[in-house]
Design a protein around this ligand. Structure first.
Ligand code: AMP
Length: 280
């Protein structure tokens, strides 16, 4: 497995392999089996797989979250090599941002809800770094997790609006045995918080069942939110039924249509997100 720290080396390697299709998996490291599922999917569809590891400062709206973001580079490289990854791009901040970026991306309504509403500037940072990485890696396909559903839709918009010649693939959420969605941030949970954390997924599945049975989405979401908040352990930022394309909040779901139930909550000072996509 190749390890590149500079874009020029990566691009040289890409030119040498220009006849082979590349599957790309951008990450912020502290890898877990969710990330590895993306690498394996990419490997099954492309002769070459590139993974990037870069904790992107421009997408953090909270300096403490950035400082405390877990970093496990040696373990990440071992996991990637074992999964059959061909090349890893691990730039430092100066490599990605030789000068502070001035450009601002605007994703319209898509960034005004959920993560966009609660993390100002987040998707501008995501859009910038993914654009830079797409230019450097020149992937044929890029793989993202449904765990970050809004991020996937933002990148779909980015690719359409800027005509990036890349096919996007959305991969299912990988969960721990108790239902908790795998996340690099899970290691920051205390032992007790880790035990409570699966309540988020249980909240999503309960809401899904009740909405599918005809209960009012808003009533269900506010009731479950109140119950989680009353534990004193969770602080829910949002729990909403959303349209899977626009992420606009849905009040009257229609039979046969696909919807996403999305949640974000603080638990023990750690912000976790999760979602389920289902058909009514
Ligand atoms: P991150 O390192 O958190 O930026 O995530 C890198 C990629 O892995 C993103 O496309 C995420 O959506 C995806 N990912 C993170 N957690 C999971 C998971 N539990 N299951 C599937 N994909 C995931």
């Amino acid at each position: 497995m190749k390890l590149f720290r500079h874009a020029a080396e990566l691009m040289q390697w890409r030119r040498e392999n220009r006849l082979l299709s590349v599957g790309f998996v951008p990450t912020m490291g502290a890898l877990h089996n969710g990330h590895i599922s993306l690498i394996k999917k990419a490997k099954s569809e492309n002769p070459l797989v590139v993974c990037s590891i870069f904790v992107n400062p421009t997408q953090f709206n909270n300096a403490d979250d950035l400082k405390r973001y877990p970093r496990t580079p040696e373990q990440d490289l071992a996991m990637l090599a074992a999964a059959g990854c061909d090349a890893v791009f691990m730039p430092d901040e100066a490599e990605m941002y030789p000068a502070p970026p001035q450009m601002r991306l605007n994703f319209g309504n898509l960034e005004e809800v959920m993560e966009g509403a609660h993390r100002p500037g987040h998707f501008n940072g995501v859009g910038l770094v993914v654009s830079k990485l797409f230019h450097m890696v020149q992937p044929d396909r890029a793989y993202f997790g449904q765990k970050d559903l809004q991020q996937f839709l933002i990148i779909k918009r980015l690719v359409a609006d800027l005509s990036f010649p890349v096919q996007l693939v959305c991969c299912p959420v990988v969960r721990e045995a108790d239902g908790l969605a795998m996340s690099s941030r899970n290691v920051r949970l205390s032992a007790d918080a880790r035990l409570q954390a699966p309540a988020l997924y249980r909240a999503l599945t309960e809401a899904q069942q009740r909405i599918a049975q005809g209960e009012n989405p808003q009533t269900v979401c506010s009731e479950i939110t109140r119950r989680l908040n009353e534990t004193g352990i969770f602080s829910v930022e949002y729990l909403t039924l959303a349209d899977t394309e626009t992420l606009a909040s849905v009040q009257s779901p229609q039979a046969g249509m696909e919807y996403a139930l999305c949640i974000a909550a603080f638990l023990d000072g750690v912000r976790l997100i999760d979602n389920v996509v289902f058909r009514m």
